[in-house]
Each structure stands twice: as structure tokens, then as C-alpha cells.
Write a new protein. Structure first.
Length: 86
């Protein structure tokens, strides 16, 4: 992913798939989207529940102090740029 390559030194990107327990379909999704360039944690929906995620393509921005923001369907690039600037 382009954003991860650009900001990977400042931001740790971790994917948390949650809609499928099928390892083959997860691998196919990662290959198709290019999201296989960063780590993924398979934990069912526990992390989704913890951060209030209820739909695919939701971004959770976890800060060093343990606070977080959740957004969905926005621009990952502009969100990351804004977070780094703040």
C-alpha cells in the first residue's frame, strides 16, 4: 500500500481482518489489495469489538497515550497526514 510505504517509518500499520475465518480468502484479499505489505492480526472480532468497529474498511488510529479515533471510508492518506501533523 502506498500510504504504508510513505508513512511506515512514523506509523505502525496493522490489519485486523474480521469478516472471514477462511485463510485462503484472507490471503487472496491481501494479494489483491496490496495490503500484504504490513502485518495482520487474526483475532476474530475481539479487536473490532474493543474499538467499536462494526464494518469493513474502518480505520482505528491508536495514539501513544492509549487514546484512539475511529473513522471509516475516508482518505487514509489525509487522516494519517493530519495525525502526524498534530
Amino acid at each position: 500500500m502506498e500510504v504504508q510505504q510513505e508513512f511506515g517509518d512514523a506509523v505502525l500499520f496493522i490489519g485486523v481482518p474480521g469478516l472471514s475465518d477462511n485463510a485462503s480468502s484472507k490471503a487472496q484479499f491481501l494479494d489483491q489489495t496490496g495490503a500484504n505489505s504490513f502485518a495482520h492480526v487474526a483475532d476474530g472480532t475481539e479487536l473490532w469489538d474493543r474499538f467499536g468497529v462494526d464494518e469493513q474498511r474502518t480505520y482505528v488510529y491508536l495514539n501513544d497515550d492509549g487514546t484512539w479515533q475511529t473513522t471509516g471510508y475516508g482518505s487514509l492518506r489525509s487522516d494519517v497526514e493530519a495525525l502526524i501533523a498534530s
